[in-house]
Design a protein around this ligand. Structure first.
Ligand SMILES: Cc1cc2nc3c(=O)[nH]c(=O)nc-3n(C[C@H](O)[C@H](O)[C@H](O)COP(=O)(O)O)c2cc1C
Length: 183
């Protein structure tokens, strides 16, 4: 199995980092330039861009259209964007493929592969809602980064864990990151 994960320039980089750590290999990471900018504010406690790239099996910059994942002929199982900025969501919803993140999203939709979009934005404008609806209608999974509280979170890790668990469920990765309702 091969999973592609993009982190884009929205607040909530920690959601993407948690998913990256918990995905099994093979994991391919793309960081947008926006993610690198936001990461300067949000990557703390020794988490540097270099450390982040170290969690992945392969890494590509957003400009790298020569990356294997830039072609529909390269097979991967799921593409996750977490967090997804409203800029990236708007571009994908409009069919724009101007960087490796939007290109892989476009491929995922045309090849009918799993596209999982985790967004954090609030509140949402009508335009954001229309873009998210367009992506859902095109087959993407839309996940607001809004963790539940019924699993008794004891810290931030349990809150990221809730969102990561839902993402892993969708891409078919067995996990027991949270106590499930009824267990
Ligand atoms: C500190 C910081 C936080 C940001 N938070 C968000 C956010 O939560 N949501 C969002 O859509 N954009 C946010 N932005 C703006 C995006 O980073 C900007 O629109 C950028 O062009 C996104 O590029 P990308 O989609 O290629 O990653 C933030 C920017 C900075 C510097």
């Amino acid at each position: 199995m091969e999973y592609v994960l993009a982190i884009t320039g929205a607040s909530g980089i920690a959601y993407g980092v948690d998913i990256l750590k918990k995905l099994p290999s093979k994991k391919v990471l793309i960081l947008s330039k926006g993610a690198i900018d936001v990461g300067k504010y949000e990557m703390k406690g020794g988490l540097t861009e270099r450390v982040l790239k170290g969690y992945a099996d392969e890494y590509y910059d957003e400009d790298d259209f020569g990356a294997p994942v830039a072609s529909g002929s390269h097979r991967y199982d799921a593409f996750i964007i977490a967090p997804a900025s409203m800029n990236t969501i708007g571009k994908i919803a409009s069919g724009i493929s101007d960087n490796l993140v939007t290109r892989v999203a476009s491929i995922s939709l045309k090849e009918r592969r799993k596209l999982v979009i985790v967004f954090r934005e609030m509140p949402l404008s009508t335009i954001h809602l229309r873009n998210l609806l367009a992506l859902s209608e095109a087959g993407a999974y839309i996940l607001p980064a809004s963790p539940g509280f019924y699993h008794g979170p004891k810290g931030l890790g349990d809150l990221y864990g809730f969102v990561t668990s839902r993402v892993l469920d969708i891409v078919g990765v067995e996990n027991d990151l949270i106590r499930r309702w009824g267990e």
